[in-house]
Ligand binder design. Sequence first.
Ligand code: 3HC
Ligand code: NAI
Length: 689
Amino acid sequence: MAELFNYACVDGVGIVTIDAPPVNTLGAATRAAVMQAMQLAWADDAAQAIIIACAGRTFFAGADIAEFATGHFADPDFITLFDAIENGPKPVIAAIHGTALGGGLELALHCHYRLAVPSAKLGLPEVNLGILPGAGGTQRLPRLVGVPVALDLITSGKPIKAAQALELGILDRLATEGQLQADALAFAKELIASGATAPRVRDRDDKIAPYRGKPEVFDAFRAQNARAFKGFKAPEAIIKAVQAAVESPNFDEGSKREQALFLELMNSPESKAQRHVFFAQRMTAKVPDVPADTPTRDLKRIGVIGAGTMGGGIAMNFLNIGLPVTLVELKQDALDRGVGVIRKNYENSAAKGRMTEAQVEQRMGLITPAIGLEALADVDLVIEAVFESMAVKQDVFTKLDAICKPGAILASNTSFLDLNEIAAVTKRPQDVIGLHFFSPANVMPLLEIVRGAKTDKSVLASALNIAKAIGKTPVVAGVCHGFIANRAMEPYMAEAEALVLEGASVLDIDRVIRDYGFAMGPFQMLDLIGLDVIGRDSTRKTVMSELVKRDRLGQKKNGGYYDYDAERKATLSPVALEVIAELAAEKGVAQRSFSDEELLGRLLYPVVNEGAKILEEKIASRPSDIDVALIMGYNWPVYRGGPMFWADLTGLPKIVAALRGFEATYGARYAPAALLVQLADAGKGFGSL
Ligand code: 3HC
Ligand code: NAI
């Protein structure tokens, strides 16, 4: 264990340095190291004050999230260790760089003084893991910053910069960037010279006293955030814990309440799901046969073809990180319109105070608008976002092959088309890849990277790099119709259509999906994106295509499944009901009623089944990649952990049995995938893969 910490005494100050790469998580071994180093410092007669700092890229990143799965914390547990620091005989200073997060910040709150470099960030992100700060954070932070700020910081989980932490009273002072150790030492010596004591945050009352006997403050916060908190357990538990900090007869009672709430959350399915997602998101960039040291290409100049819905948003990702973008269109008016939309988006951000006018101009100045593909001769990466037509895309790629410099990466944003057929028209299929953004492309966090049969590993590694640079979570997919996210969600939309024809109500379907945790049901979503987007080209006669024929395009024109009043309040549309009844009669579909459970199974089990097929065909490397794709691409509720994790929690035998029931009634398309059956029979889950 010795290598996890270093202890030295300098000028009467004991310096404890913890070195647990990569991010100094406070797992059992690190906690033991902190305890051991502190014992040396306490016992060292030469040391009159103590500094706790970390080596490497950051201060403590919090608890080791993997330890939660064990259900308890090995000795020394957080409370024992942190109480020992707080109640120790010498003043302790936390010297913070990088990020002090979760248990890391809680450790600092048990120290008697805190200083940080300006680049440091501090936060309690536990809510993102479906838990609350369970090592004293909910009891101590309000005592430093007051109730409203504490509620806001802990329920949002958002880290704040050091300057703000200083202003709020979390920090005692800022250190000079790059001089943390020297400034911490000087601070310690000042404290010793002035005979400073070791004040404990737990003894403070001034910031919380004004909120005692004021439950309305907490109720108002609950009400204000009801929408954002819906479905999540942790925010409500956080509010209760902070309220306990204020209302409990003494500090220890409040702490007990925090502990009880923490344990309840730690064992909840919501938290298990969110912890799964934390690790799943960090896994997606690891591609089994593409080692981390795979050479990559330098992508400095970007080209985007098509300035429509997707092209504009795609371009913004690169402008935002300062890369120049050549934006190509067929005609001047389309180009002007596309550039105009980008400007409008930036100006909207500026109006909301999210960027300055100068930043708007700087980003706009990076665009080179152009007519004709010839302008792309010297870009390093070109992303095609033209119409979803194989002929059009093959034409574009044939021309790109002749125009682009050797080594340029040629990417397509196709949603469904066969990337190998697109690559085949070039003499450099190894340089062709899919970069599938989700709409709106400047906002949605997912980037599906489609690996063609001949895509070079360095091209894939470069795509993973650029995804990280523009702040997207990459998920790598093989070639098939719709790749991972669109393919897995196709059965869901098909089921929604089938169910209404069988007599299920549009309202019930949307409600069941919202209750599951999606922000909206399938019909609300279709009305929002516009029925014409999918319904216009439908080769089959569907409720959607019939609504489009009646010029009902959703919210944008005449309503769709719903009618909308001037305030956009929705009511079920009689026209939609008529269309559904007519089509059901025409197709001879028998009508019946459905329970909520049956509706949910019909809508979501086929998604799980499609996910299993995606795994069988090796389109996705691992089940958790499918979870990440649907959470980040389709807003699958994060506290369900994605379809594959949710399926494991539900129990695969139950899903297999339900699918077999659907198969018997409705036909082969519901037949459970071989992998699903195999796992269910073996008593295993997707997690075992
Ligand atoms: N537990 C376990 N592993 C962790 C971890 C944690 N708290 N934080 C990071 N890691 C792992 C990551 O999984 C990753 O592993 P890998 O290399 O095998 O994929 C590695 O450390 C590096 O992490 P990142 O790739 O995320 O590194 P970055 O430099 O991009 O980011 C960070 C660093 C900002 C610290 C980021 O890792 C992070 O946000 N970590 C989580 C912080 C957090 O949520 N803390 C609260 C934990 S809960 C808690 O403290 C409970 C307490 O109240 C009792
Ligand atoms: P769009 O119709 O809004 O934009 C396409 C643009 O490409 C038009 O402005 C058109 O003038 C231009 N264009 C066509 N041929 C061109 C050529 N040869 N050279 C230069 N410009 C040309 O279409 P949208 O929605 O942006 O879709 C583009 C691609 O992105 C499609 O492949 C689509 O499947 C995919 N996609 C769309 C999503 C969406 O939600 N709209 C989501 C993810 C992918």
